[in-house]
Ligand binder design. Structure first.
Ligand code: SF4
Length: 821
């Protein structure tokens, strides 16, 4: 149960039991919602259903015609997240303010009527609830939800206490939301005591556990510190751990069984909505090891379990059972087809009918609406959150993810304590100052206890550098899990600070912590400090209302960098002769959430080297594609804008004219190409590039790559050596492969034959790629969109990559009131 326990869904399950009498999972269908409100849920980055939600949400926010509408996203959160940066209206709340805000929302909704059958007396009690934190914001949200009755959805994050989930269920019930349905949980026996890590800890203490088998998950690191799992696991007479690495859990157990990688094993998994998919090996096990299926087979007495045969038998049995899933997989052909597809269809769970316990809801809402005690001077609330890259630490050994800048803070290789600019002033600290975090009133000057398993109640202090984060709630701090690991990972990955000792396994109101300066500093490997675009309109952004206004008023993006005007301009540069195909890219800034999935996809596809923390500190990161993040009004009501930035493949490329060796030049199909053997590393091209997307290979990053790790390289792409300039090639290897394939099949290249790695990975389909000469290509159409513009187009570089200006569907209520105070 380690995986489940480390993600803390217990409040969600307990709330479902309290609200409906059984454990069900709320399923958000953002494509059906006109208004989505999230309280503490990072919908677009850190949930099991993130890809599904991001895709569905953007379906409802994709604007093409001037008359198109889009849904509105409201977010209440503590630290700025990808979801908060994407939303239309945001409120920064301390963790303790989430439930009162939801209670206030419920009060507003009850006063406005609503679709649910709720006894009048209970409705009146709900309607009597007023106020709450950020009252104007909550009231505007309630009006918006009520105005779209039936097409609104309220979602609650896993870290919000039980009452918050209960109130979110009630809000959806009052609204008659079609955007939220309920299914049974894909996790077997979800909410049962067997999933409670406290119960395991107590059983170990009672000496009631003679043998403990742990299947993956590294619970010794990932479970809250007050459970002291390292000590407790050692106390069990026989413990065995199946894990890929000799990590913290392996160290604590009697036996460690090497686990096969999932790409070496047979198995099956269920997605958040119950969809069943098959795991099948892509390669024979390289170092032996056992799969989970084999270990479970052995525990059941079959020491020579054949995972494939077991899986096959299980699915045959399932198919044979009445009403069971995957009936078609019973015969060989269907099994082969299921393997080819990877997903068994239809296996997602059906929606369940649920009835809400309104009396319980009203009691919780009244309790939450009671005035909260004032925050004591010097006491701060602490949010300990899953890291969007490393999760609970399971991906700490992945250098791509360690080097991926956090979408909001842009920090790489480590974590930090995020505080708002005002809280930083209050504390007298700046980014890089190390502070000690301990329970308020606990012994000052305690040693740092960053190791896993330390007791949270033991007054241990954690020493962590501060990062001043615009948009963070005042009076609170946030730290991400997943860092500060000690075992089972390479030297370079032992970065950051473990926050496990600051977590508690006991549900309750957010605790107070003391933050103290230590007088020391630490360098943070940040790729881009919070930076304004200084009114340069690098990222063009406008509200939906401005976009829909009559053309004469609203064409603010139709200025002199408009492509038609550019084309009519005279240029000193020569235009390359055009071929049959003219490759181009379009990026929709409304659909882009800044999640950075495309950055890793590009790195994997193009063998982009990792430079390590030292390299990032020296400004030598190599990413061909980066996500630029600009923060406007950082100390007021911050607005974050994201922009994927990569080689723009300018038609009149400033880099090409200054290369003394002709190493960078233009192809007939519109690519700005790099010829590595010609490059002598003068870096003139990089100096002359206004987009700063060219990367210089300072070192031979791949010289000492072990043979096994070299298998991760894409064989279709050169592994560059020291001294050459490199940058986005529009995945030229994929273009040429598609052309060859079309030639072999004696057909012309078809629309969609070439998909770049970033485009393929993007969950929201923000990136489109194709030929401008192909009328069927979305790129050709999007280039003529009224929102299309070129970044720094005024320089006359004629980029082949164009952007669609970002749209925000702000609340007319809050706009009228001059924003939320
Ligand atoms: S373009 Fe990149 S950063 Fe933007 S949503 Fe797509 S994958 Fe995420």
């Amino acid at each position: 149960v380690a995986y489940v326990s480390s993600r803390a869904p217990h409040a969600r399950w307990a709330a479902a039991r309290a609200a409906f009498g059984r454990v069900v999972e709320p399923q958000l269908d953002a494509s059906k919602a006109e208004v989505v409100a999230s309280f503490g849920a990072d919908l677009l980055a850190a949930r099991a259903d993130t890809v599904h939600v991001a895709r569905a949400l953007m379906e409802r926010r994709r604007v093409r015609a001037r008359t198109d509408t889009m849904s509105r996203l409201w977010v209440a959160e503590t630290a700025m997240t990808v979801t908060g940066a994407t939303c239309d209206e945001r409120a920064a709340l301390r963790p303790s303010e989430m439930v009162p805000a939801l209670a206030a929302l419920l009060g507003e909704l009850a006063r406005g009527g609503g679709a649910a059958a709720i006894p009048d007396a209970l409705r009146a009690r709900l309607a009597a609830i007023h106020g709450g934190p950020r009252g104007a914001w909550t009231a505007a949200l309630a009006r918006d939800l009520a105005a779209h009755c039936g097409a609104g959805a309220v979602v609650c994050g896993d870290d919000v206490p039980l009452a918050g989930h209960l109130l979110a269920h009630a809000a959806n019930a009052l609204l008659g939301s079609t955007g939220v349905s309920y299914t049974r949980s894909p996790i077997l026996e979800a909410g049962e005591p067997s999933h409670d890590p406290q119960r395991l800890a107590e059983a170990i203490d009672r000496k009631a556990v003679a043998a403990l088998v742990i299947l993956g998950g590294n619970p010794v690191y990932a479970m809250p510190g007050d459970l002291a799992m390292a000590r407790r696991v050692r106390e069990v007479p026989l413990s065995a751990y199946l894990g890929e690495y000799a990590d913290e859990t392996a160290r604590a157990c009697t036996w460690h069984v090497a686990e096969q990688h999932w790409l070496e094993s047979w198995g099956d998994v269920r997605a958040f909505d119950g969809s069943l998919s098959l795991v099948q090996p892509l390669v024979a096990p390289m170092h032996g090891g056992k799969s989970r299926v084999e270990v479970l087979g052995a525990l059941l007495g079959d020491l020579a379990a054949d995972p494939h045969a077991l899986l096959r038998a299980a699915h045959r049995e399932r198919a044979g059972a009445a009403g069971a899933v995957g009936a078609a997989a019973a015969d060989d052909d269907a099994w082969e087809q299921a393997l080819a597809r990877g997903v068994l269809d239809p296996t997602s769970f059906a929606a369940e009918h649920v009835t809400l316990d309104w009396a319980r809801v009203v009691a919780e809402a009244e309790k939450a609406a009671a005035p909260a005690p004032a925050r004591a001077a010097g006491a701060y609330e602490l949010a300990v959150v899953l890291d969007g890259k490393l999760d609970d630490g399971r991906h700490a050994n992945n250098a791509w993810l360690q080097e991926l800048p956090d979408p909001i803070t842009k920090q790489t290789w480590g974590n930090a304590l995020l505080v708002s600019p005002r809280t930083a002033k209050e504390l007298g600290v700046a980014t890089g100052d190390v502070v000690a975090v301990d329970r308020a009133g606990a012994g000052a000057g305690a040693d740092a206890a960053s190791g896993a398993g330390a007791g949270a109640g033991a007054a241990a202090a954690v020493l962590v550098p501060v990062l001043v984060a615009p948009g963070h709630a005042d009076g609170a701090a946030t730290i991400a899990l997943g860092y500060g690991r000690t075992d089972g990972l390479g030297e370079a990955a032992r970065v950051g600070v473990s926050a496990q000792s600051l977590r508690s396994s006991v549900a309750g109101p957010p605790s107070s912590f003391g933050l103290r300066r230590t007088g020391t500093r630490e360098s943070l490997a940040i790729t881009m400090a919070p930076r304004s675009s200084e009114d340069r309109e690098i990222i063009k952004s406008l509200t939906l209302a401005e976009h829909q206004a009559p053309v004469s008023d609203a064409r603010r993006h139709d200025d002199d960098d408009d492509e038609k005007k550019q084309k009519s301009r005279r240029s000193l540069y020569f235009l390359a002769p055009g071929g049959a195909r003219q490759w181009a890219m379009s990026i929709d800034l409304t659909a882009c959430t800044g999640c950075s999935v495309c950055v890793v996809a590009c790195q994997a596809e193009n063998n982009v080297p990792v430079v390590g923390k030292e390299g990032v500190l020296a400004g030598r990161e190599m990413h061909w594609l980066r996500i630029d993040r600009y923060v406007e009004d950082a100390e007021g009501k911050p607005r974050v804008e994201m922009m994927p930035m990569l080689c723009q493949h300018c038609e009149t490329a400033p880099c090409e004219y200054v290369c003394p060796t002709g190493a960078t030049s233009h192809s007939a199909d519109g690519l700005n190409q790099m010829v590595y053997p010609r490059c002598v590393g003068t870096r003139f091209c990089s100096n002359n590039c206004p987009y700063k997307v060219r990367r210089f290979n300072w070192f031979d990053y791949n010289r000492d790559t072990p043979a096994l790790r070299a298998l991760a390289h894409n064989p279709d792409v050169t592994v560059r050596a020291r001294g050459v300039m490199e940058k986005c090639s529009y995945c030229v290897q994929r273009i040429r492969e598609a052309e060859r394939q079309a030639r072999v099949e004696h057909r012309p290249l078809a629309t969609g034959d070439v998909v770049t790695a970033c485009q393929q990975a993007c969950p929201t389909q923000a990136i489109q790629f194709g030929s401008l000469n192909d009328d069927a290509s979305p790129v050709a159409r999007l280039r003529d969109d009224v929102r299309a513009y070129s970044a720094l187009g005024e320089l006359g570089t004629k980029p082949r990559t164009t952007y669609l200006a970002r749209l925000r569907n702000t609340s007319p209520d809050l706009d009228r009131e001059g924003g939320d105070k």
